[in-house]
Design a protein around this ligand. Structure first.
Ligand SMILES: *[C@@H]1O[C@H](CO)[C@@H](O)[C@H](O)[C@H]1NC(C)=O
Ligand SMILES: *[C@@H]1O[C@H](CO)[C@@H](O)[C@H](O)[C@H]1NC(C)=O
Ligand SMILES: *[C@@H]1O[C@H](CO)[C@@H](O)[C@H](O)[C@H]1NC(C)=O
Length: 165
């Protein structure tokens, strides 16, 4: 194997490794409340406990598996603290409504159930969304997904081309 081939193989491997890292850092999907879903909680800290040990990043997704006539709302800190019954951002109602909210802005986010007194019963949680190491504070999921797909395709194509003898 010539020196040129060795260099090409190294370049191919490098690009392949980078594509692999992109795949490895893809978004995480969380089901809020896990198998309990989005429902009247057994105690006031249930949802905050669910969120506590998780680190959320831009592009991650929250799945709200909504029970009965309940709703999910994405509210301000003041409305969160006060359990104000505002319906905003993500919503949904009806048994089995599955709502996916993609985290597209970094910083704090506040979620409540604005139905009845469920928020006061603890159907609320806040999270802090970390930006990725690129430092971007907002995400354009569509563009980034396309860019990733193209990047991975090009990397794989190059890898196979450089390995064909
Ligand atoms: C709240 O309910 C969950 C699920 O039943 C339980 O694991 C947790 O210990 C409870 N927390 C408190 C403070 O009672
Ligand atoms: C939503 O909850 C229902 C009832 O608990 C369950 O059967 C279903 O699999 C859940 N869906 C998701 C996407 O978690
Ligand atoms: C706090 O919540 C109560 C009851 O829902 C509501 O009447 C009041 O307007 C809210 N206050 C603020 C400042 O949002």
């Amino acid at each position: 194997m010539g020196r040129r081939n060795t260099v090409l193989n190294m370049v191919g491997f490098f690009i392949f490794a980078m594509a692999f890292m992109i795949i490895a850092t893809e978004a995480t999907t969380y089901t809020v409340g896990d198998s309990f879903g989005w429902n009247t909680p057994p105690n006031e800290t249930f949802y905050q406990d669910w969120a506590r040990n998780k680190t959320f990043f831009l592009g991650d997704e929250l799945i709200f598996n909504i029970s009965g006539t309940l709703m999910a709302s994405d509210v301000s800190k003041a409305d969160y603290d006060n359990c104000t019954k505002v319906v905003s951002g993500i919503q949904g109602s009806g048994n089995g409504t599955v709502f996916t909210a993609t985290l597209i802005t970094s910083g704090p986010h506040y979620y409540i159930c604005p139905t009845d007194d469920n928020c006061a019963k603890g159907q609320k949680f806040s999270i802090n969304v970390e930006s990725t190491n690129s430092g971007a504070s907002t995400l354009q999921p569509h563009h980034s997904a396309i860019a990733q797909s193209i990047g991975i395709f090009v990397a794989l194509a190059l890898y196979f081309v450089t390995n064909a003898h």
